[in-house]
Write a protein that binds this ligand. Structure first.
Ligand code: AMP
Ligand code: MG
Length: 786
């Protein structure tokens, strides 16, 4: 179509060719022939073009004949072997879940490769006996590996398919696609050096070219990959190196400017094309816009250029450690998103409580069913316990067991232990006897505080046992004044046991400074005031309980202990209005039950009174958030709180109240690091992963535990020196990625740790215990959700 924009002056020629009758080479032929014909016809001459010796149909007929029998079989056999067992999909991390049917909606991002960089790449190629094509392809594969975590990957490349001179002047579809497979790691999984990869790519490219005559469709047919409409078969990413046209369209008397149509199409998930023009080398990433945001592709382009520069600087480097992040992105990951410096009082947690007692002695500190204690009363009782414990020799670094049911005594007991200078070890009375016995022995608990009715069920112990109820007459003889202890912020506050993969639970040691810093942080973050009433929901042996208790007691708020029995939706609503709860931290499964129940009868406290609901401790399901948002609470915010015991309760917090969940999404953000904390994501080779790419979450800052009690090797394995600053980092075993807005998204575990009804369980612990039975030869434990 020729559009006239201004008669005699300005015209637009639209050329649209279907790919079944043309290809990039054909477009060149058209330009050349149009140039010649236009010049001839405007002069009144006949066509100067020679008759074609062959037509496309002749080639088609010839190909059918020739490409059969042994020729076809030998070629196909090579492809079969080459592509045997390829991964079905190159799982690049996407911004949105992959739709069930590929839409081919696309966009493109172009960037210029600096001439010195291209110069360097050419030199490198020469010295390695490769072409620029091979070197760029190898570097592109490194990019793909570092983003997907896959070392075995396939990239499609087009070949012109004009292997005979007779076909060169033809217009028609000759182009073919070669699926080039690379292994970026050796047989043992060790990443290759770039040199080695380059040699491999060279070999693969040359051999593939020797087998380029089989059309890609036939290779697909031969390999029979499982059919899937959501992605293209065998490869989803393409690479293409193009020379700029040698014969640009030139029409006498016409000034020509080429316009590329923006067709908003992406044939594959991702296509890198590099065009060598006379003045510059232009690269473009064409991407599927269902999967990727423009910003992701722009970052990827930056990674590619950083990788290329790294390759030129030192091609002997491992593909796993070649630098990839741009300086800006590094700064963002290390500094901007971890800019969490905060000031904390240098105090122990019970001192924060004592300060509060002095401020509001008569305020209600604690409510349990129909009982309550004021701050002054709670303090006096805890002081009496502390004096009693000090008389028994409890002081800094002495571990005191606390085995009680949820009750006023529970809080009195733990404050008493801290005030004596000791550290508490929560022991859940519902745990099996063997486990309690192990914890008592492992922690070498000197004194055990419990309740009379639990005494008989407790395992035998050398510890001095005191009942907070039955022995109260004795404790009550102690003074009610604040005791003096030598405890300092770096002494232990508590030891919480958690499942251990080798069969033994491990005690996580948390110091006072970590606990105090955390409590001060959450009080600020949740803006807790003396007007708040905080529900104490979690079992006391979960670290979440410590946050609930101390956040209330350090800020003059009231702690409302839930009763032993679990409340259903209407009972929960009744309790909330009865006790005036404003903040509740709930397990996600329980929260989902409540929220589902409320869909029919929407409780009024969502519009007044309850201002915060925290969920976490395990992965939160999008369903909960959807149902929550359907309730449209007016005042209540829903926060996702994340944190391992080893970094003191909560490390990151994210707001789910108005978070938009993409269709089909299974993962949710866990927010940003709290004040005083840092989060880093590393790949298995210890490199920082870029934004959007999955990595293991390492946590640093004030909250990092002292380590595991009596387990120096395990401590050394899980707590490493912080390569970016002071202190140590805890490797969580959690998989996460940075979202572009600075939130972390939780993706799952890299190991066999699971959460089952809130309990953190290493399946390896169960396996190793089971396999110690003489008749058990091998064992595998899995979690199944029915
Ligand atoms: P725990 O030490 O019992 O607090 O367990 C910590 C582990 O629970 C983390 O390493 C995660 O695997 C998981 N977890 C805790 N909170 C969340 C959350 N909000 N989202 C996803 N997983 C979580
Ligand atoms: Mg936790």
């Amino acid at each position: 179509t020729l559009l006239c924009l201004e008669p005699g002056a300005d015209y637009l020629l639209l050329l649209s060719m279907h790919h079944t009758v043309s290809d990039a080479w054909s477009m060149d032929v058209i330009q050349r022939e149009l140039t010649l014909l236009y010049a001839a016809f405007t002069q009144g001459h006949l066509s100067p073009l020679p008759e074609l010796a062959l037509q496309y149909a002749d080639i088609a007929a010839w190909q059918r004949q020739w490409l059969s029998g042994t020729i076809l079989e030998t070629q196909l056999a090579w492809w079969r072997e080459q592509l045997a067992g390829v991964p079905e999909l190159l799982t690049l991390p996407t911004d949105r879940p992959r739709p069930a049917v590929q839409s081919f909606r696309g966009a493109s991002h172009a960037f210029t490769l600096p001439p010195e960089l291209v110069q360097g790449l050419r030199q490198l190629s020469r010295s390695q006996g490769t072409t620029l094509f091979m070197t760029l392809l190898a570097a592109f594969q490194v990019l793909l590996m570092r983003h997907s975590g896959q070392a075995d990957l396939v990239v499609g490349v087009p070949v012109a398919g004009r292997t005979r001179v007779e076909v060169e002047p033809l217009i028609g579809l000759f182009v073919n696609t070669l699926a080039l497979r690379s292994q970026l790691a050796d047989a043992d999984g060790a990443p290759l050096s770039f040199h080695t990869l380059l040699a491999q790519v060279r070999q693969t490219v040359l051999e593939a070219q020797r087998h380029q005559d089989v059309p890609f469709e036939q290779v697909v047919e031969a390999l029979q990959p499982s059919r899937n409409l959501s992605h293209s078969p065998l490869f989803q990413v393409m690479f293409n190196l193009l020379q700029a046209s040698e014969t640009p369209l030139q029409l006498p008397g016409v000034a020509i400017e080429l316009w590329e149509a923006d067709d908003a199409v992406a044939k594959f998930d991702l296509t890198l094309s590099v065009v060598e023009e006379r003045e510059a080398t232009i690269a473009a990433l064409e991407y599927n816009t269902d999967l990727f945001d423009a910003a992701t592709i722009v970052r990827m382009a930056g990674h590619f250029q950083t990788l290329l520069a790294g390759v030129v600087a030192d091609p002997a480097q491992s593909v796993a450690t070649l630098p990839m992040l741009t300086a800006d992105e590094r700064e963002q990951l290390l500094v901007t998103w971890n800019d969490t410096v905060a000031e904390y009082p240098q105090a122990c947690i019970h001192e924060l409580f004592e300060a509060q007692v002095a401020r509001t002695p008569d305020a209600v500190a604690l409510i349990f069913e129909d009982q309550q204690l004021s701050y002054a009363e709670l303090n006096s009782r805890a002081n009496q316990v502390a004096h009693q414990l000090q008389a028994l020799g409890v002081g800094p670094e002495v571990l005191v067991g606390l085995c009680v049911e949820r009750s006023l005594e529970m809080v009195v007991g733990l404050l008493g232990i801290l005030k004596a200078g000791g550290a508490y070890v929560p022991l859940d009375p519902s745990y099996p006897e063997e486990r309690l016995a192990f914890m008592l022995a492992d922690a070498a608990v000197a004194v055990l505080l419990t309740q009379a009715h639990l005494r008989t069920t407790l395992p035998a112990t050398d510890a001095q046992v005191i009942c907070l109820d039955a022995d109260w007459p004795m404790i009550a003889t102690q003074p009610t004044t604040n005791p003096v202890s030598r405890v300092q912020p770096d002494h232990l506050a508590y030891v919480i046991y958690t499942s251990g993969s080798t069969g033994r639970p491990k005690g996580v040691m948390i110091a006072h400074y970590a606990l105090a810093a955390h409590i001060v942080t959450v009080c600020r973050h949740y803006a807790i005031t003396a007007q708040d009433r905080i529900l104490q929901f979690a079992a006391f042996s979960f670290d979440a309980a410590q946050e609930q208790i101390f956040a209330a007691l350090a800020s003059g708020a009231t702690l409302v202990l839930r009763s032993q029995t679990l409340w259903d939706g209407s009972e929960f609503a009744r309790q909330v209005s009865h006790t005036g709860i404003t903040i509740a931290d709930l397990p996600p499964g329980y929260a989902l039950q409540l929220v589902s129940a409320w869909q029919g009868a929407r409780p009024t406290f969502l519009d007044q009174q309850v201002r915060l609901v925290l969920v976490g401790g395990e992965a939160v399901r999008p369903e909960l958030v959807r149902q929550w948002q359907a309730l449209a609470p007016k005042v209540t915010r829903l926060l996702n709180v994340y944190g391992p015991t080893e970094t003191t309760i909560t490390a990151t917090v994210g707001d789910l109240s108005s978070y938009t969940i993409a269709a089909g999404a299974v993962n949710l953000p866990i927010g940003r690091p709290l004040a005083g904390r840092q989060a880093y994501l590393f790949d298995p080779c210890g490199q920082l992963v870029p934004i959007g790419v999955a990595g293991e979450l390492f946590l640093g800052g004030e909250g990092v535990a002292r380590g595991y009690l009596n387990r120096p090797e395990l401590t050394a394995e899980k707590f490493i020196a912080n390569p970016f600053g002071e202190g140590r980092l805890y490797r969580t075993g959690d998989l996460a990625r940075w979202l572009p807005d600075g939130n972390l998204e939780y993706l799952g575990r890299i190991d066999q740790q699971v959460k089952l009804r809130g309990f953190r369980i290493e399946l390896g612990e169960i396996e190793s215990v089971l396999s110690s039975h003489p008749v058990v030869q091998e064992v595998a434990v899995v979690v199944r959700e029915d």
